[in-house]
Ligand binder design. Structure first.
Ligand SMILES: [Zn+2]
Length: 305
């Protein structure tokens, strides 16, 4: 059974609170573990959440404001300390290479791991060797260059058992049909398309630090699970626009239009001690399931359609 879930390591924007660590998220997707935006304290939060350094296969940083990357030195050094045996691909805006260099080499350690730098020069598909999904970056709108990430599983094919029965197909004939795309039964040729249907692949989107822009909608389109910043409430929409952030209502409206299935709001400003208003605002605009992210929560990707 494959395991697909978002492990929330932290949910605070800008400054942590007594109940919220700085940002950080690990997406578990079958054998992969994608660590998004590790803020300060991520290594300790990983421990609390039962996430090991070896569980990380990729790191993706949206932008280089501190709350999204100051956890990198600890995580990178831990990956080396634990001698993680597989390569780890690190994605980040190429314009922030100087920051990545500093964070990667913040202090002295013994390098043992294969950390592969994959700076993003512009939006589009990203190289993701060995991944069972396509990974792409979309440009967002923030005071510094910021990219959102989208993970897309290719569509699959599912055989319809009732069609197989109707056509008298079973056993080795089914195998032959799958292998060759056609098979002879009772003097008739049956094509794979007659008994198969498309099984849509799943999609995950990560939208962090942006004001409302086309990129938000592009990332959210058809996402089974959308993790999106909702730093502010609609009453503070002018502040959100000025600082390059979203309100809960904006995030929910985009999610509704994009056909998102499960909406995860996070990256909350410390000005809101209680997030009931975020929930109410989101539920007003989004009819699906709204999750207000809590530190150390595990949020499953909805079952495949
Ligand atoms: Zn930011």
């Amino acid at each position: 059974m494959s395991q697909r879930e978002l492990v929330v390591l932290g949910t605070a924007s800008q400054v942590p609170t007594r109940h919220r660590n700085h940002n950080g998220y690990l997406l578990r997707w079958d054998g992969e573990g994608l660590l998004f935006d590790p803020g300060e304290g991520t290594q300790r939060q990983m421990l609390q959440a039962g996430v090991t350094a070896t569980g990380i296969t990729r790191i993706a940083v949206s932008h280089f404001h501190g709350d999204h990357c100051l956890g990198l030195p600890g995580v990178v050094q831990r990956i080396n300390l634990d001698r993680v045996p597989h390569p780890v691909d690190a994605y980040y805006p190429a314009s922030g290479q100087v920051f990545f260099d500093r964070l990667r080499h913040a202090s002295v350690y013994h390098a043992t791991a294969d950390l592969r730098e994959r700076p993003i020069a512009g939006p589009g598909p990203l190289e993701a060797p060995g991944a069972p999904f396509e990974l792409s970056a979309v440009r967002l709108s923030h005071p510094v260059e910021s990219f959102g990430y989208r993970l897309t599983e290719p569509d699959g094919v599912r055989l319809r058992p009732e069609r197989l029965r109707e056509l008298g197909l079973r056993g080795p004939l089914v195998g032959q049909l799958q292998r060759d795309g056609r098979v002879e039964v009772d003097g008739r040729t049956v094509l794979l398309a007659e008994v198969a249907e498309t099984r849509p692949g799943q999609r995950f989107a990560f939208v962090m630090d942006t004001r409302l822009c086309d990129g938000v909608a592009e990332l959210a389109e058809g996402a089974d699970l959308l993790a999106i910043e909702a730093t502010f409430l609609e009453a503070d929409a002018a502040l959100a626009e000025e600082h390059g952030h979203l309100t809960a209502a904006q995030a929910a409206r985009v999610a509704a239009e994009a056909g998102v299935r499960r909406l995860v709001l996070t990256h909350f400003s410390q000005r809101y001690p209680d997030l009931q208003a975020h929930r109410a605002e989101a539920e007003k605009h989004f009819g699906g399931e709204v999750v207000i992210a809590e530190d150390l929560a595990r949020i499953p990707v909805p079952p495949r359609r």
